[in-house]
Design a protein around this ligand. Structure first.
Ligand SMILES: C[S@@+](CC[C@H](N)C(=O)[O-])C[C@H]1O[C@@H](n2cnc3c(N)ncnc32)[C@H](O)[C@@H]1O
Length: 577
C-alpha cells in the first residue's frame, strides 16, 4: 500500500474519463453548445481541469436546461437577458448551495438567485451568464415566499450561514428532500419511473432542535467590517473597522461582526461575547490579519463544544488561529475566557501561510487540556482542535440518529466475523461504534491528528480490533487493499468534494458485498452513485456496473443552512460474481 503522508487533499485531473452510458444526440449537441460555459464551482477543492468536476457541472447544467425546456415555450431558447438587465422572477425551488431556481414568467427563462426562496416573486438584476441560465441578485421582493416566518437571528438577512432561517422548518425540509431527489435522478441517472425508486428514496429525517445544535463554529478576525447598505456612509475610526464574525457572502476580505450565533451553544456565545468585549482594546495591541497586506496577528477563532463524560455538562475548547506564535499577546484574552466555567481548553494554532485555512503548522495548549470529549453511542471520544467530528451534537450524539442509521445500513451480523473498512474515518467515530459487532475495523484518514485521536479513542474505549492508518485517499495506487483483508462492509464518508476516481475504481473492483456511503454533499453523492452503480470508463479500462442502490436516506444535520447529509446503502448486484 502506498499511502502518502500528504496533508492536503488534492483532486488531480483525469484524462480518458468518460461514462459508459449512451449519451443521446440532443444532449451531445447541447453539450457542444455549452462547452465553454460552466455552472458555479461545486467545491474549491476541484481544479478547473478536473473532468470529474466538469462532468458534474455539465450534468447539473443539463438538469437545469432539461427541466426548463419541458415547462416552457420554445421562445426562451433564443432569449438571453443582458448583464445589468432587471427581470421579474418567481422562485420555484432551491438548488445546490441553497440558491433559488427562478423563472421569468413569460419565457420560462431560468435564473439562479442567492437568497430567493420558493414562491417569492421579485425583481432581480442579471450579474452574469452561466451557460443556458443567468445568475441574478435580488433587487426587490414583490411578494414574499411561501411559508414565511420571522428569522430569530438579527444577522440572518446578511450572514452567509443561515440562508433559510425565515423559511418555515417544514418548508426547508421539503426543499432539501426535493433537491436530493432531483440530483439523484438528473445527476445520478436513477429513474423515478421504476417502482423501486419510491422505496429507495426515503423521506428526510428532521432534526428535533433547530438552534444551538452546532458543536463547532469558526469565526474570522478581519480588518474590514462588512456593513449593510444603510450604514455604509457611517464613518468608522481606528479599531472600529475591525470585525470578528463570519465572512459576508461574496466578500473574502470583509467580515460581518457578530456578538452571538444562534446555532452554537450558550457557553460558546458567552466566550464570543467576552472576546468581543475586549479584543479591540488598543492597550492589548491585538490586530486582525489583513488578507491583502498579509499583516496582523489574529486570524480565526474556533469554538468547539463537547460534554464532560462524568457529569454530562457542556465543556468548551477555544482555539485561536494566529499568524505567529506570541502567547504573551493572547494572555489578556486567555485570562478573561478561562474564567468561564465551561472553558476547559484554550489552544493556539499558528498558521504562517497567506491562505485562509485555520489548521496551524504548530499547535500550543495555552490553558487546560488539548482535547474535549463527547459521548456517542455509549463510547467516549476525545476530539482535538483540528479533527473532524459531526457538527450536529443532537443528531449525531444525543438523539443518535445519524450513527444509528449508519449502523442499521451496515447490517453487521454481530457474530464478530465481519471486516469493516472505514474510509475517511476522522477520529474513528463510525468504525469504533461498529467495532463492537465486527471482527476488525480498518480506518483511513488524511489528518494525522485525527488518526492520533482515533487510536486514543480506541484505547479509551478498550477496543482492540481497530487499526487506523493515516494517508491520502486521493492518492491511492494499485497496491491499496493489500494491507487489509477483503472487507464485508465498506463505510465511505468523504467531505464535500466526494470520492476521487481512484477510490471509485478501487471500490468497483473490490466487490465488497455492502457499501454505506455517507455524504454531506448531495451533488457529489449523486455523481459518485452514478459511477458506482452504472459504471465508468477510465484510462481506457471499463469498470462495469456492480453495485445496486438499495436506499438513500437524507438526514437534516444542518437546519437553516443549505447543507444536506445523505446515507446511501449499496449492495453487490450479483454477490457470486
Ligand atoms: C465528513 S468527515 C467524516 C469523518 C468521520 N467518518 C466521522 O463521521 O466523524 C470526512 C473526513 O475525511 C477526511 N479526508 C478528507 N480528504 C481526505 C483524503 N483525501 N484522504 C483521506 N481522508 C480525507 C477529513 O479529514 C475528514 O476527517
Amino acid at each position: 500500500m502506498a499511502m502518502e503522508a500528504a496533508i492536503v487533499a488534492t483532486m488531480p485531473a483525469f484524462q480518458h474519463l468518460k461514462r459508459i452510458t449512451f449519451t443521446p444526440p440532443y444532449l451531445l449537441k447541447l453539450q457542444k453548445l455549452q462547452r465553454f460555459h460552466s455552472l458555479a464551482s461545486l467545491s474549491p477543492n476541484f481544479t478547473q481541469e478536473d473532468p470529474q468536476r466538469q462532468r458534474l457541472e455539465q450534468e447539473q447544467q443539463n438538469q437545469l436546461t432539461n427541466n426548463n425546456t419541458t415547462s416552457r415555450s420554445s421562445s426562451s431558447t433564443s432569449y438571453f437577458p443582458k448583464r445589468g438587465q432587471t427581470l421579474e422572477l418567481v422562485c420555484e425551488s432551491l438548488a445546490f448551495k441553497g440558491k433559488g431556481v427562478c423563472k421569468v414568467a413569460e419565457t420560462g427563462f431560468v435564473a439562479m438567485c442567492d437568497r430567493a426562496l420558493p414562491g417569492e416573486r421579485f425583481i432581480g438584476r442579471v450579474t452574469r451568464r452561466k451557460g443556458s441560465y443567468a445568475e441574478v441578485t435580488k433587487v426587490e421582493t414583490i411578494t414574499p415566499h411561501w411559508d414565511l416566518v420571522d428569522a430569530p437571528c438579527e444577522y440572518a438577512p446578511y450572514c452567509g450561514g443561515c440562508k433559510t432561517q425565515n423559511l418555515s422548518y417544514e418548508s426547508q425540509l421539503r426543499a432539501k428532500e426535493q433537491q436530493v431527489r432531483e440530483l439523484t435522478i438528473h445527476v445520478g441517472k436513477f429513474s423515478d419511473k421504476v417502482p423501486e425508486f419510491c422505496s429507495i428514496m426515503k423521506p428526510i429525517v428532521p432534526c428535533d432542535i433547530q438552534f444551538h445544535y452546532r458543536n463547532k463554529m469558526e469565526f474570522s478576525f478581519g480588518s474590514k467590517k462588512w456593513l449593510p447598505k444603510e450604514l455604509l456612509g457611517e464613518k468608522q475610526v481606528g479599531n472600529e473597522k475591525y470585525a470578528l464574525g463570519l465572512h459576508a457572502p461574496g466578500f473574502f476580505d470583509k467580515v460581518l461582526n457578530v456578538d452571538k450565533c444562534l446555532l452554537q451553544s450558550e457557553p460558546a456565545n458567552m466566550v464570543l461575547a467576552a472576546i468581543q468585549d475586549c479584543w479591540r482594546d488598543s492597550q492589548f495591541g491585538l490586530t486582525p490579519y489583513d488578507v491583502h497586506s498579509h499583516t496582523g496577528f489574529l486570524k480565526h477563532l474556533m469554538l468547539r463544544t463537547g460534554r464532560n463524560v462524568e457529569t454530562g455538562l457542556l465543556e468548551l475548547m477555544v482555539n485561536f488561529v494566529t499568524s505567529s506564535y506570541k502567547p504573551e499577546l493572547l494572555e489578556p484574552l486567555v485570562e478573561k475566557i478561562s474564567a468561564i466555567p465551561e472553558v476547559v481548553s484554550i489552544m493556539n494554532n499558528v498558521n504562517t501561510s497567506v491562505g485562509n485555512t485555520s489548521v496551524g503548522e504548530e499547535e500550543y495548549t495555552l490553558y487546560g487540556k488539548s482535547t474535549i470529549t463527547e459521548i456517542l453511542r455509549g463510547l467516549t471520544f476525545q476530539i482535538s482542535a483540528n479533527s473532524f467530528f459531526q457538527t450536529n451534537t443532537r443528531q449525531a450524539c444525543e438523539a443518535e440518529v445519524l450513527y444509528k442509521l449508519i449502523e442499521d445500513c451496515a447490517g453487521l451480523r454481530g457474530d464478530g466475523s465481519q471486516i469493516v473498512l472505514d474510509l475517511f474515518c476522522g477520529t474513528g467515530t463510525i468504525g469504533l461504534t461498529l467495532a463492537r459487532r465486527a471482527k476488525h475495523v480498518y480506518g483511513y484518514e488524511v489528518v494525522p491528528q485525527a488518526i492520533s485521536d482515533a487510536h486514543r479513542n480506541a484505547k479509551l474505549n478498550r477496543i482492540s480490533n481497530a487499526t487506523f492508518v493515516q494517508g491520502d485517499l486521493n492518492k491511492i495506487d494499485e497496491s491499496f487493499g493489500n494491507n487489509f483483508p477483503k472487507p464485508d462492509i465498506v463505510i465511505s464518508d468523504p467531505n464535500r468534494p466526494g470520492m476521487h476516481m481512484k477510490l471509485i475504481k478501487f471500490l468497483i473492483k473490490l466487490k465488497a458485498p455492502r457499501i454505506v456511503y455517507v455524504s454531506c454533499n448531495p451533488a457529489t453523492c449523486a455523481r459518485d452513485l452514478d459511477y458506482l452503480c452504472h459504471g465508468v470508463v477510465c484510462e481506457r479500462e471499463k469498470y462495469r456496473r456492480m453495485l445496486k442502490l438499495k436506499s438513500l436516506q437524507p438526514v437534516d444535520m444542518f437546519p437553516h443552512t443549505p447543507h444536506i447529509e445523505c446515507i446511501c446503502l449499496l449492495e453487490l448486484s450479483d454477490p457470486c460474481s
